[in-house]
Design a protein around this ligand. Structure first.
Ligand code: UDP
Length: 314
């Protein structure tokens, strides 16, 4: 059906689990920092569904209670308003760290890093072995070198805790991701174009629109994060969809999906905007047996259903 069921999985996870039929593992206690956010809330859906007990730690700066409201009556679900820069004592088996600020913690720890560690890349597509091309004092992209460098430092700290403290760690480098529950006013290109087309406003293309990005649907990312967590590999792993689009091509897909009358307008681009970005996912395919399944033309309508409803509710 065209209706996106908010509380149900977007696809079956069975192919990843490799567990004999009838076998029930003991429930795991899992913390998801940023679990009320866009990606975190989808991950929480999957973890609860596979039987885990889940504690969401979120300060609601960008996360929304509405994203996890459908779990509030579930006895295996707990929601804590807490900023992860403050220490918190929780006994758990797994930590998925999706909240942006980094914090040192124990047990198996998965850091969600970013494709922006590659900066404005001189290698295309980007392999995990590429060290990146980031301007540390600059504006790459927009005024966000703090984000790129913050995530690079988080990778360093994660590896230091692994090597020095023996913490079992995992590092994912997440490429551009879209889907239901994304912030309407996030300023990201997919959310902007979709919201603009639904509101009958022109889609704002920055620069000449020939820069590229590769867009991954959120259910593919969640499957990748879970496969990485349960694998025997530290990473880093690129998690992204290699399907590469210029911003003009993206605008065309949004137009075909939402409104054939949609228009575009050009706006100046931000300084140091990466010209191209596309993950090489050979490593994740080989070692995690993971690859994305949802192409842009299939994922976009699922996001549009959610955005249409939320824009109507405004
Ligand atoms: N972009 C655009 N119009 C918008 C928002 C973004 O053309 O309304 C462009 C932006 O210049 C960049 C690309 O889309 O080249 C992706 O931007 P986004 O902020 O979504 O992701 P990131 O730059 O972090 O990959």
């Amino acid at each position: 059906s065209s209706q996106y069921p908010d509380h149900r999985p977007l696809f079956s996870f069975a192919s990843h689990s490799r567990v004999p039929a009838g076998f029930r593992p003991p429930p795991r206690r899992v913390v998801v920092t940023g679990g009320a956010g866009f990606v975190g809330s989808h991950l929480v859906d999957r973890l609860l569904e596979q039987g885990d007990s889940v504690i969401v730690v979120d300060n609601f700066f960008t996360g929304r209670k509405a994203n996890v409201a459908h779990h509030l009556r579930n006895p295996r679900f707990e929601l804590l308003r807490h900023d992860v820069v403050e220490p918190i004592l929780l006994e758990v088996d797994r930590i998925y760290h999706l909240a942006c600020p980094a914090s040192p913690v124990h047990y198996k720890f998965l850091l969600t890093s970013t494709s922006e560690v590659y900066g404005d890349p001189l290698e295309h597509p980007q392999k995990e072995s590429y060290w990146g091309h980031v301007n540390p004092i600059g504006t790459s992209p927009s005024v966000r070198s703090c984000y790129d460098e913050g995530k690079r430092t988080a990778e360093t700290l994660t590896m230091d805790y692994h090597r020095g403290g023996g913490v079992e760690v995992r590092i994912a480098r997440i490429f551009n991701t879209y889907g239901p529950r994304m912030c309407l006013d996030d300023g990201r290109v997919v959310s902007n174009f979709v919201a603009q087309a639904l509101r009958k406003q022109p889609m704002t293309v920055y620069g000449d629109g020939k820069q590229t990005r590769s867009f991954q649907f959120v259910s593919d990312l969640v499957a990748g994060l879970m496969a990485l967590m349960e694998s025997d590999h530290i990473g880093p792993f690129n998690l992204g969809n290699p399907g590469e689009f210029t911003m003009l091509e993206l605008a065309q897909v949004v137009k075909e999906t939402i409104d054939p009358m949609a228009t575009i307008e050009f706006k100046p681009n931000t300084a140091d905007d990466p010209h191209m970005r596309k993950p090489d996912i050979t490593k994740a395919k080989q070692l995690l047996h993971w690859e994305p399944k949802v192409p842009l033309r299939e994922g976009l309508p699922l996001m549009v259903t959610d955005f249409r409803q939320r824009i109507l509710d405004e």
